[in-house]
Structure formats: C-alpha cells, structure tokens
Design a protein. Structure first.
Length: 427
C-alpha cells in the first residue's frame, strides 16, 4: 500500500478517500490528495491515537484495515467463545469458522489470534489498479482460506498475473478479464463474483439460485481477473506522468493522435493487443489490422510480430493447456453482447449455453464480426478444444466505462458467471 500525502494521486488515493468517507468524514473520492483529504486523514489519526500529520503511512492504513481488507484480527481473551466474538463484531459465526479452519471453536486458547470477517473486501466504486487487486486477493485468501491462489505468468514489466481457484470439482472452467487495459471494469466484476461466491460457499447459501457448495464440489472455477496489469495501471492512473512506463507508452501513442491517451489504450504496455496474439488465423488478423494502419506498436489493434510474442498472451495460452478447461469466459467491454462462435466451429452445447447466458443477462448472442474474428483467445480455445468459449462485452458506452455502471454490470453478469459453472456439472 502506498504512502500518500499532499500531491499524491491515483487509485490508492481513491481507495483511501473512499474508506475515509465510510468513517463519516467529508471527503470527495476524486483521486487527488489535497488539503481536505489531508485534514480528514489527520482527524482519523487523532481518533486512532496516531500522530496527526495528515500522511497516510503504514500506521494509518493499519487503522483502516477492517475497511480496506474486510476483516480484523482478534486476540482471544479469557471467557471468549466464537459466538461471543461474533456478537461483539456483529459478524456471522459461520464466516468466522470458515476463516479459521485450524481453530477448534470449543477449545479456544487465550492469546490465540483469529480472523474476523467483517464487510466487503472488493471495492466497486473506484479505479481498480493491479496493486489494489493483489491486496484484495490476499484479503480474500485470508477471509476464505479455501480459495487457491497463484500466478499464471508475468507481464511485460514482470508483474505477476494472479489467478484464483474456487472449487474442488474435477471439471475446470476459466474466467478472465482485462485483456484490454481500458476495459478494466471487468476486473472488479470477476473479483466481486469471487467474493460473493466464496461467501455463499462459506455460509452454505445459494448464488443465483444454485447451491454454492454443490457447485464448489462439482466444478473448479479458475479466475484470472487482470490479464494485462501493466496496461490497466496505465489507464487507471497508477502509472503517472514521469513514470518510465507511462512515458514509453505516451511515445507510442504519439504515432496515433486519433486515439485518446491514456483512456484509449487497450494494448499491453509494449503496444501489443493481447487479444490478437493467438494462433487462430493470426495471419488473417495481421492482414486486417495492418490494412487499418496498426502495423507497429500501438495503443490498440497491433497483433505483434508473431503469435504468442507478448508474455501475457503466452501465459494465458500455457494456462489453458495446463488445466484442460471445459468452458471459457473472456470478459471485455462494451456492447452488452455475447460472442460465441469462431468460423464454422460448433462446439457441442455452445449455442444452448450461450442462449442461457443471453436469457440471464439480457445481452444479445451474436457471431463475432469478421474484422474482429481472428487470433483472439476465445477463437484459439474453440479451435483447439472444440468446447464452448465466449467473449462477453459487458456494459454500454465508451471504454473505459464509468465505475458508476458497475452495479448494473454485475447484476447483468452474475447469472452468466454462475451458469458457466452450473452447466458443466456432471450428472
């Protein structure tokens, strides 16, 4: 977590301002650490017994942990039970028990530290950077230790590409988001789904009408919420002017003055469109995009010098080969449409499942337009496995979509995300 002070800007400032607002302090969530944010920080520090210097350092962030991480750490005192701790925090017993699988609720030890889940982990009202995502993944793993986490590979700047696995079932499905940098709203979409699904499993509840524990036992859902972390950090403002990566990207963008910078940036940080990198008629994609003027590194639509040249695309390719996925969901923006086909491939069940997705979301089910119909991850997956693969274009407008659309986007897509697993349950 970044140390913030007057002059700081970007997603971490938005997060800090959003949690200050939750404490009742009057502060705008604008991503700029100005005098009002400093004064609110100093007020919080005084209330927390900290030096009121108005600088958000480690101690200040620690005081906000229940709001930034969705949990607190509690030390067992004489006479405590998990029920009494749950009542003290107004937290559910089942969630506390799930967060502490090694703790015997009938034999608590004085001095023992336990995790107490509180509110939401994933913020849905701020710009979502790779650093905030990684913090959220760590917090979800702490609150829901049955989540498996790992790295699917690395980005061009050697940032990890995290994944989560929820479920122990023998059938694997894969959901991914933010192949394109300015489509970053799809990352908190998958993160919030992971949180809601994990919570439903922990307490034995349903999600979108399906018993979470039945889905968990039958299907393993793999989620890579941010395939393009460097590009997302460029668009969301985690990389600021003067940062080496920002300046290198701006140099590329100068060759394409018709594309706004950085908001029009879709590519990885080296100017390669990651969803035009797969060995599924890559030469056709190259011909189309070169004819449109994208014949060199660009903010979007440059296919790269060869298939799987970009490390992010290579990572997704190898990840699919490793896990033998039965179904693929690739999240993009925008258009409220689901693309389900590649060339003349007709994977068994793909049309039926696509129709279920469309009915649950209100999105239209369509064939991929010719000019966008080659070298994508979904295209390669269908070609390689002849299994259902989908590109979901969430939301409507101009990317990056405003975060104010998040609630509607999530409501539209929870059914797709649940049905992606539910349709793969084995009889």
């Amino acid at each position: 977590m970044e140390t913030l002070r007057i002059g700081s800007a970007g997603p971490w400032v938005e997060l800090f301002q959003s949690v200050l607002a939750k404490t009742g302090r009057a502060v705008a969530v604008d991503g700029v650490f100005g005098p009002l944010t400093r004064d609110a920080a100093a007020d919080l520090q005084r209330a927390s017994g900290l030096t009121p210097d108005g600088v958000a350092g480690a101690g200040t962030w620690r005081a906000l942990r229940p709001l930034t991480h969705g949990y607190d750490l509690y030390t067992i005192a004489p006479g405590d039970t998990l029920y009494s701790v749950a009542n003290r925090y107004s937290a559910g017993f089942a969630r506390i028990a799930a967060a502490n699988p090694g703790v015997n609720p009938y034999n608590l030890q004085v001095g023992q530290r336990i995790v107490v889940p509180l509110g939401a982990v994933v913020p849905t009202g701020i710009s979502y950077s790779s650093g905030i995502m990684r913090m959220n993944i760590d917090a979800l793993k702490t609150v829901y230790p049955f989540i498996e986490t790992g790295s699917a590979g690395s980005s061009a700047l050697c940032a990890g590409i995290p994944y989560m696995r929820i479920g122990t079932g023998p059938v694997n499905v894969f959901y991914n988001a933010s192949f394109h940098a300015n489509e970053w709203i799809t990352s908190p979409l998958l993160m919030k789904f992971a949180e809601n699904y994990a919570r439903a499993y922990a307490v034995g509840a349903d999600i979108y009408g399906y018993p979470a524990r039945e889905l968990y036992r039958g299907v393993s859902i793999y989620i890579a919420p941010m395939v393009n972390p460097d590009g997302v950090d460029l668009v969301t403002g985690a990389f600021r002017p003067g940062h080496e990566a920002y300046e290198a990207a701006r140099e590329i963008a100068l060759g394409f003055p018709g594309i706004p910078f950085p908001n029009g940036w879709k590519a990885n940080i080296e100017g390669i469109d990651l969803n035009l990198q797969f060995p599924a008629n890559w030469d056709a994609a190259r011909e189309i995009k070169f004819s449109q003027g994208f014949d060199r590194p660009a903010p979007r639509d440059y296919v790269g010098p060869a298939p799987l040249f970009a490390p992010e695309s290579e990572a997704m390719y190898k990840f699919a080969l490793k896990h033998d996925f039965r179904l693929l969901l690739c999240y993009h923006t925008q258009g409220m449409v689901i693309y389900w086909q590649y060339l003349n491939y007709m994977p068994p069940g793909a049309l039926y499942i696509g129709e279920l997705f469309a009915a649950s979301s209100g999105y239209t089910l369509e064939r991929t337009p010719y000019t966008s119909g080659f070298a994508g991850y979904k295209d390669w997956f269908i070609q390689e496995y002849n299994r259902p693969g989908y590109t979901v274009e969430a939301g409507y407008g101009v990317s990056p979509l405003p975060i104010s659309q998040f609630g509607e986007i999530y409501a539209d897509n929870e059914g797709i995300l649940v049905l992606g697993a539910a349709t793969q349950l084995e009889d």
